[in-house]
Ligand binder design. Sequence first.
Ligand code: LLP
Length: 448
Amino acid sequence: MAAPAPLAALGDPDPAFADLIAGRPHLSAHARDGLMVEEVPLARIAAEVGTPAWVYSAGSLRRRARALTGALAAAGLDASVHYAMKANDSLAVLALLHREGLGADVVSEGELRIARAAGIPAAGIVFSGVGKSERELRLALAEDIFQINAESAEEIAMISAIASALGRTARVALRVNPDVDAKTHAKITTGRAENKFGVGIDDALKLYRRMASLPGIAPVGVATHIGSQITAGVGAYRAAYARLAELVRAIRAEGLPILRIDCGGGLGIPYRDEPAPMPEALAGAIKATLGDLGLPVMLEPGRWIAGPAGLLLASVVIEKIGAQRRFVVADAAMNDLARPAMYDAWHGILPVAPDALVAPIAPADVVGPVCETGDTFARGRALPPLPAGSLIAFLDAGAYGATMSSTYNARPLAPEVLVDGTRFAVVRERQSLEALLHGQRVPEWLRE
Ligand code: LLP
């Protein structure tokens, strides 16, 4: 088991530009063209598409999907991967991952419909989430998706009633909260008893029994998801899966049916230089704890697949030399990439121009134009001079980037671009200002 990730000690130098580039195979620095994603200079994308813009590497998405499925197969597991599309719900990204054999983990009607629109068959879709509405459950049943993960006794009753009324049988897995500490950010830990997710491990057998007795439900398995951005080794996974294994044995001992185990997502990535566990380690943990049960396993990774494959490309609006600090004000903001403001997340920031990549560096605060102090991407980051118009790239923004954006400060949603070798395409257009006004009206009594 890997040691817990050491927090960056105060004053620890940030990784050098060269190290940030070397750790991301889709990035390279070209002497003439500057920072490139695959074979495409980011300066070219900025010129054609404008900024801010999300840029995804198709090659990186493919490599990561294959690395994950490859690690599971190499461990001798019968495994399927259901990509957690909340990380990145771009239609193009989903279509690409579908071609790599991945299904989808969805948490809303919107995600379910987008997954289907991307060509993912209903038989490849799992529905997770702590508050599925009646309407969403009806849709899931009408579409006959692969599996619904139930999170409470109340939801089990609801699924049974809806399925019975529709004359359907829902394939339901029971999401169990194993009460383990994934040692990640408090806002994204999900497997503690105090969290809202899943049913308590002590109630699980009773509820599984109930699922088997209710009309309209076919119990198919158990599921867990203990948190996100897990970097402290695979110890928490092992602890959670060991509890699941015990539960599976108890279910079998009662002669109840069980077909598979959903192992959740959560595998972390190194944003800075965290020693994040690799898929091989997760596959090993699954094999060691669940392997002898002889059941197929499912995984719901989001960040590990999409995070490193994307960046947010921005322009510097102004470089402001204050009395105490240098501020680089970007045209991207917390409404685009919310993670730094929301979780104090560290994202690598690279200049794009070739000379800027080798120029002398000095500390700067990188901020957005939104009227909040929290609209800060980085403090005291070592960066070259970045006069107005300079391009910069926020790294590892492929997951929980575009999907978490808002239009705060009436800032339209940024476009998404997919790079594939020498080609690139806008896969989601920049939102228009008309779209921000669309659907709004001033009521009649306020119009005179
Ligand atoms: N399965 C379930 C049931 C989940 O709730 C999640 C994430 C995943 C799978 C995928 O987890 P992943 O492999 O991506 O860690 N916005 C936060 C992350 C929130 C994760 C929510 N659930 C962030 O930007 O760090």
